[in-house]
Design a protein. Structure first.
Length: 73
């Protein structure tokens, strides 16, 4: 199974957020390893990002076998 995606939008980052006043890392809300921080969030400047987070829009599931048969013809 695969997915066709019409639009990919950069949403933010995942990483460690640090407290501006004291500088230790702030624990995630639900115990996650990394915190998701959107672009435009004031915490972004205090985040050490390790991954970019994107939003996928217009997703359509595609069976790879069907796709292979179409392209082989």
């Amino acid at each position: 199974m695969a997915v066709w995606v019409e639009e990919v939008t950069a949403w933010g980052v995942a990483g460690d957020v640090y407290a501006p006043a004291t500088l230790p890392p702030v624990p995630g809300e639900h115990g996650e390893r990394f915190t998701l921080v959107a672009y435009g969030d004031p915490r972004l400047r205090w985040t050490l990002a390790c991954r970019e987070v994107v939003a996928l829009h217009g997703c359509t599931a595609v069976d790879l076998e069907d796709l292979r048969e179409r392209t082989a013809a």
